[in-house]
Design a protein around this ligand. Structure first.
Ligand SMILES: Nc1ncnc2c1ncn2[C@@H]1O[C@H](COP(=O)(O)OP(=O)(O)OP(=O)(O)O)[C@@H](O)[C@H]1O
Ligand SMILES: [Mg+2]
Length: 254
């Protein structure tokens, strides 16, 4: 099953986005006029110091939280203007999301985790089966379908999380430090998987990362500082060390 996608531009546009959190009587400005634009499929990275607003940006893009002001446009949809019931559909169907940890429900098997979005959407069993097993196979996990998360390696768990995020064949995947808890080999495999999704499925894959190794595989790297855009690096053909040096230089100078 592939979800029917209405005609729209495969693009993400973020304009002057503001988001504050209140902690007691303190206000934290997590996003302070953030801008970002992606208009072609590909693998993209967001980098910036801890606390600079990267996760906040991804949460807002994924429809998990509401911005205070500014515009958020994804696939032609003004996410900032969606009413609550449409936001739920957007979160579940239009985009895929994965995080550093706690992606899977511990009591469900790998297969049950992958098909959960379809179960919640009351899809027929035959479709769940075909889609679930197809995705597990695509992620190289067909023989792990009955394993619960605690019987899977960290890398396997994250590939189950990707499979689940792809259940409704979204054209956009947001990933917040997906390899933050993985060893080098598992990380590299996950980055390759995300690169492949961008190439073969023509998706926009937007990943928050602290690792220059990961970012150097991306088409562009969006630098974030103090809740604002600090610059964009064309990362294609850059070595990780060169990318890290440029990112540091740009972030320092802004
Ligand atoms: N729910 C919340 N309540 C209060 N403050 C928050 C909340 N979430 C984030 N913040 C604050 O907003 C700022 C941005 O946080 P965010 O999580 O977006 O940073 P980040 O760039 O993802 O950092 P890291 O690299 O450490 O994950 C930080 O100062 C953080 O403490
Ligand atoms: Mg974060």
């Amino acid at each position: 099953m592939a979800e029917d996608h209405p005609q729209h531009e495969l693009a993400i546009r973020v304009g002057s986005l503001h988001k504050s959190y209140r902690l007691g009587d303190r206000r934290v400005d997590a996003l302070n006029g953030m801008d970002l634009e992606i208009t072609e499929p590909g693998f993209y990275a967001v980098m910036g110091a801890s606390g600079s607003g990267k996760s906040t940006l991804l949460h807002l893009l994924a429809g998990l939280d509401k911005a205070d002001r500014g515009t958020l446009e994804v696939l032609g949809i003004r996410v900032d203007e969606l009413p609550e019931h449409e936001l739920t559909r957007y979160r579940r169907h239009t985009v895929g999301v994965m995080f550093q940890r706690f992606n899977l429900l511990p009591t469900l098997t790998a297969y049950e985790n992958v098909v959960l979005p379809g179960v919640l959407d009351k899809r027929p069993p035959a479709e769940l089966r075909e889609r679930g097993m197809g995705l597990l196979e695509e992620m190289g996990l067909a023989d792990r379908s009955r394993h619960r998360p605690d019987a899977l390696s960290g890398g396997e768990q994250q590939r189950v999380a990707i499979a689940r995020a792809l259940f409704f064949a979204p054209q956009i995947l947001f990933a917040d430090e997906p390899t933050g808890n993985l060893d080098t080999l598992s990380s590299e495999r996950l980055w390759s998987t995300m690169e492949d999704l961008a190439d073969k499925r023509n998706m926009i894959v937007l990943m928050v990362t602290h690792e220059a190794e990961a970012a150097s595989r991306c088409r562009k790297v969006f630098l974030v500082k103090d809740g604002c855009s600090a610059g964009v690096i064309d990362a294609e053909d850059l070595e990780p060390s060169e990318l890290a040096a440029r990112a540091t230089a740009i972030t320092r100078s802004t």
